[in-house]
Every structure is written in C-alpha cells, then in structure tokens.
Design a binder for this molecule. Structure first.
Ligand SMILES: Nc1ncnc2c1ncn2[C@@H]1O[C@H](COP(=O)(O)OP(=O)(O)O)[C@@H](O)[C@H]1O
Ligand SMILES: [Mg+2]
Length: 365
C-alpha cells in the first residue's frame, strides 16, 4: 500500500466554516473520499448542514463552538472569505490546523491590501488609490481620472459595495462616497477588458501547483451569469494566467483551491481583478468537465493528498440558476447533456444563487 506522509486518512473529520452552497459541495466531495464533515454557521437554515455529519449553529467567533469544532476536526477550512480574523486566532490558539491560512484570508479581505500584495509580487492590476475621506477621493480622481470605480475595501460581493464615478465634480464624488457609507474605499481605474477570465488553481502541502484551463465569465448586474470553459484563449494567454496564479499561491504559501479573476486586455495582457481564497463559482464547470473537480481538489489539498488532474474532458457552459429560474428544474432535468446542481436553499429570492446547470459539449480541438 502506498502511504502518504502527514496525509489525513479516510474517516478523519474536516471542519468547514460557512453553510452556503460552496460548503455543501465541499462536504459532498469530502464524503465521496470517506471523510466526515462538520459545518459551523450562524444560520439555522443553511444548505450545507443537511449533507454534513455534524452542524454547529453558532456565531463565527463563539469560543465554545470553535472549541467544539477544533476538538472534532483534524483540519478546518472555509467557504467564504469574510471569516473574522478572530476566528482564525481562536482556532490557532487551540492548536487547530486551518487551510488556507490567515495570510491569504487577510489579503483577500481588503481590496487595497490585495492589490498592493499582487503588485509587490509582480502581478499587474488596474491603477488604484486608497480612499478614506472625501479629500482623498477628490485627489485620487484628479490622478486616476474619471470614469473610475469606487469600491468599499471590505465586505463587497456580487458587485455590491461599488459605484462608478462618471466625472470629477466634488458633488458627484461626495454622493458616491456617502452612498457607500463613507467607509474606507478603493478607487480603481477602469479596466478596458475584452473579456473576463478566471483560473482555478490548487496548491498542495508539498508546494505542488495544479491549475485548470481558463473559464470565460459573463456577469449581469455584478452577478456571475455564465462561465464557458475551457475559454478560447491563445496558448500564451493561458500560460500567462497560470503563471500569475502560480506566483500568487506560492507567495502566500497557500494550501487549497483559489479562484483568480482576471481582465484580458485587447493586447492580450492580463490584469488580476481579485483573488478568492476558496472554491469559486467560476470553477463549477469542473464538476462535470474534469476528472477531479475543484471541490475534491480542495479537499485533496487540505488533507495532504496528491492533487488530481486538471485537464478538461468536455466543453462546458455553466449557467447560474438565479431566483425563480430554479423553478424550471423539470425542463432542465429533461434536457440531454445538462447536469443539474440544486443547492437545497429555501425561498428563491430574486438574484439568489439557487443552483447551476452544466451543459456539456464535445471538446473543441
Ligand atoms: N476596475 C474595473 N474596471 C472595469 N470593470 C470592473 C472593475 N472592477 C470590477 N469590474 C466589474 O465588476 C465586477 C465585480 O467586481 P469585483 O471587483 O470582482 O467585485 P465582487 O467582489 O463583487 O465580485 C467584475 O467582475 C467586473 O465585471
Ligand atoms: Mg469578483
């Protein structure tokens, strides 16, 4: 029998912080490999709990719940990036292994720190400026120009916490800043992208990196609508994307799967938009397009198993099922070549991610 030093064995327990659909699919992947899972979420109604062995309903910084999580799990991971730093401090104090680590979380939680980190490691981004007051914003607009995109530094997702500023007027700037709650912000130059792509990369305990082919992403109202993968990019662009992703996960001494969102410019250059230290919506195509999908890959990485293959077996069109679109499950289920993933969430509120469908086509040469 081949033994892998330091690897967790089937039967071990994996802790997952967060109870959303990413946690649900992580728990399903863990179960497939024989692992037990325990979910920590403050929400009594959550969609990861029903597919996990144990659910702890408590605040993310509840000391008792974290002590219980640490006593049950041999490794703890998370399914969203806004996990409080305090949670990792408490788990660290309990001697609990957490993957990915605190550094990756901290960098991804703050858009200024994120871009500063990326630039320091030779990863290009749009030009940007930190903004903590109206005076900062006026100065940043004078340097970067308008239009420019103002985003809150923290807590934004699905395009929330962002506003375009179309001109240099002080009144326009003030309205934008106040509209975002006068919170610490970042002002970003517009990326003149021809398309948005992403790469899902994994790094193992031993430093091995595996990256999937690129996904081409289409957003509507800030929410991901569709991903086509593998994206039809030149070999040079693919190489550039995978090199950048490898540089990022290596610089963070990262363990697990990361989503790296990028803008492709007309000249083929890639700018990194943001990194997500977790499995990613633009990687859902791998569930049906690859031998080892992003969820299993993440589990493999954090338990110290070898990473799986990442090449595509099919051309996949992933479409998110938002709000009431999920009610069409009957027709989707009857569609040949359509693989349906339903998250088991309650009410289909408008814009809520209720599921996704992967439509498979023969791989284009
Ligand atoms: N600097 C920019 N220039 C042009 N478009 C942008 C820029 N930043 C973000 N966007 C657009 O807004 C979307 C959401 O922004 P993003 O920074 O990824 O925030 P979120 O955390 O909400 O995903 C991006 O996918 C892209 O379409
Ligand atoms: Mg994004």
């Amino acid at each position: 029998m081949k033994t892998i030093p330091h690897a967790l064995h089937p039967g071990a327990t994996i802790g997952i912080i967060g109870g959303g659909q990413l946690g649900r699919m992580l728990a399903m992947a863990a179960a497939r490999l024989g692992f037990e899972t325990v979910i920590l979420t403050p929400e009594a109604e959550n969609c990861a709990g029903p597919v996990a062995g144990t659910v702890l309903i408590a605040d993310y910084t509840d000391p008792e719940a974290l002590a219980r999580l640490a006593s049950l799990a041999q490794v703890v991971t998370f399914e969203f990036e806004n996990v409080p730093a305090k949670t990792l401090e408490i788990l660290g104090g309990l001697g609990c292994q957490v993957a990915p680590g605190a550094k990756a979380l901290a960098v991804a939680q703050d858009r200024v720190d994120e871009k500063t980190f990326l630039n320091t490691h030779g990863v290009p981004t749009v030009d940007f400026a930190p903004v903590s007051s109206l005076a900062d914003l006026v100065e940043a607009l004078a340097r970067i120009g308008a239009p420019a995109l103002l985003k809150t530094r923290r807590d934004g997702y699905d395009g929330k916490g962002q506003v375009w500023i179309e001109n240099h007027d002080r009144a326009t700037a003030e309205a934008a800043f106040i509209g975002l709650g006068a919170k610490p912000c970042i002002l970003e130059a517009p990326a003149a992208f021809v398309r948005e792509v992403s790469v899902i990369a994994a790094r193992g305990h031993d430093g091995e990196v595996a990256a999937y082919p690129l996904g081409e992403n289409h957003h509507e109202s800030g929410i991901l609508r569709r991903t086509s993968a593998p994206a039809r990019v030149s070999p040079a662009t693919l190489d550039q994307a995978q090199t950048l992703a490898t540089r990022i996960v290596t610089a963070l001494d990262y363990v697990g799967v990361m989503g790296v969102e990028m803008f492709e410019l007309a000249n083929g250059q890639l700018l990194v938009n943001e990194i997500a230290p977790r499995v990613h919506n633009t990687g859902h195509w791998t569930l049906d397009g690859c031998e080892v999908d992003q969820f299993e890959q993440h589990i493999r990485a954090i338990v110290g198993w070898p990473l799986g293959p990442t090449h595509a077996l099919a051309q996949v069109e992933m479409t998110n099922l938002l709000g009431g679109e999920i009610l069409d499950w009957g027709n989707l289920a009857a569609e040949a070549e359509a693989r349906l993933w339903i998250y088991g969430k309650g009410e289909p509120r408008p814009g809520r991610k209720m599921g996704h469908v992967n439509r498979l086509f023969p791989l284009k040469p």
